[in-house]
Ligand binder design. Sequence first.
Ligand code: DQA
Length: 148
Amino acid sequence: PVIHVLNGPNLNLLGVREPDIYGRDTLADIEQSCIKAAAKVEGGATVVFRQTNHEGVLVDWIQEAREGADALIINPAAYGHTSVALHDALKTLSIPVIELHLSNPAAREAFRHHSYVSSAATGVIAGFGAAGYELAVQAALIKVRERG
Ligand code: DQA
């Protein structure tokens, strides 16, 4: 299977950005852990890992996942709280979609409590830091397997 992992704004600064909230791992470290988690499954899985600070680029990448991706993991970062465009783009997909956050937005400021992505996602993983990415890869592969 092919799993697309999309990362939204400011996640390029992981490791130096508010490390008390987001941890010390960089996005490059996290990419490696996703690749490792995917390699552990029988037959292996391919990870396509990307980050952008631009909402429209995320929309383009979600549309790209319509061809060739078996599952999509997205950390929409702040756009999760603001973007109807991401919601609409995700709704066009028929593959499993996992929304992912390093922190637990429900336990933070009120403006982080609503997500436009959740209602278009198969499931949500939040609050487990960098380990959440590995959990999301596992969850994506469980869903892909279920679909046969
Ligand atoms: C985040 C949570 C969002 O509220 C925030 O805007 C981010 C990161 C997370 O991974 O915890 O940029 O998506």
